[in-house]
Design a protein around this ligand. Structure first.
Ligand SMILES: O=C(O)c1ccccc1NCC(=O)[C@H](O)[C@H](O)COP(=O)(O)O
Length: 258
């Protein structure tokens, strides 16, 4: 699946000859937000209409309403899928959301080229995803350094222990995500997070991604040191974003900032 998506991305990059206008927005740090989460574990709530594994997840899809609902519900950050072909996302959704919320907004896409990073900056994102295995790890480091040099933070994602070992031999990202989804079978297993937790360097924030549906799941990944979770499907299927977040955290109250 990943190779098919990457082939589409390579074609999109060739066609990305004109970049959008830079939008002027206030930026918020993902690292800071996850370092001081609203609850026991930080929440990156994802705006996700559809996916290769589940098809359409939400028919009545209003990206800005969902994102503002996430913020009201106490999400620490928002992830927006901007891929059109496989997730029915759009970069315009991110720009529209960014203008309405005051928490970090991350672009979730398959970023393998500097041109896409320039585009990500221009559409107003605070952060973006980089995935180990999409390009050689040395090239990933260059993309990472370039993103930070223009003011974009990165969540660097791995799907397997060997990828994490290879990543850390090359560089240490500030935010590392372990994706619990196997991209061949689409199955999710939180044991992925458990198995890789002890390898995450102390100074890096650790995010557990995919397949998180219940309070017990949050407790399970929190117990092994996850600072954050990235959740899409379970929130997108909820009656409303606020109800979804409250249910996911089993009613855990938002910590007071004083
Ligand atoms: O979600 C998919 O089916 C998928 C397939 C192929 C590559 C990536 C995919 N998902 C991207 C993500 O990582 C998730 O959207 C994100 O972690 C949230 O996952 P979930 O809470 O399980 O929707």
């Amino acid at each position: 699946m990943l190779e098919k998506i990457l082939e589409t991305k390579r074609q999109e990059i060739v066609q990305l000859t004109t970049l959008p206008e830079q939008i002027n927005v206030r930026h918020f740090s993902l690292f800071e937000a996850l370092s001081h989460p609203n609850r026991s574990v930080g929440l990156i709530a994802e705006v996700k209409k559809a996916s290769p594994s589940k098809g359409i997840i939400r028919e009545d899809f209003e990206p800005v309403t969902i994102a503002t609902g996430y913020e009201k519900g106490g999400a620490d950050a928002i992830s927006v899928l901007t891929d059109v072909s496989y997730f029915q996302g759009h970069r315009d959704y991110l720009t529209a959301i960014k203008q309405e919320v005051s928490i970090p907004v991350m672009r979730k896409d398959f970023i393998i080229d500097k041109k896409q990073i320039d585009e990500t900056k221009r559409i107003g994102a605070d952060a973006m995803l980089l995935i180990v295995g999409t390009v050689p790890v040395e090239d990933l480091k260059q993309l990472y350094d370039y993103a930070y040099s223009i003011g974009l933070e990165c969540l660097v994602e791995v799907h397997a222990k060997e990828e994490l070992v290879e990543l850390l031999a090359c560089f240490t990202p500030k935010i590392i995500g372990v994706n619990n989804r196997n991209l061949k079978t689409f199955e999710t297993s939180l044991s992925q997070t458990e198995e890789m937790a002890s390898l995450i360097p102390e100074g890096s924030l650790f995010v557990s991604e995919s397949g998180i549906f219940h309070r017990e799941d949050i407790e399970r990944v929190g117990k092994v040191g996850a600072s954050g979770i990235l959740v899409g499907e379970s929130l997108m299927r909820a009656e409303s974003p606020e109800v979804g977040i409250a249910a996911l955290f089993g009613g855990e109250a938002i910590a007071s900032s004083s």
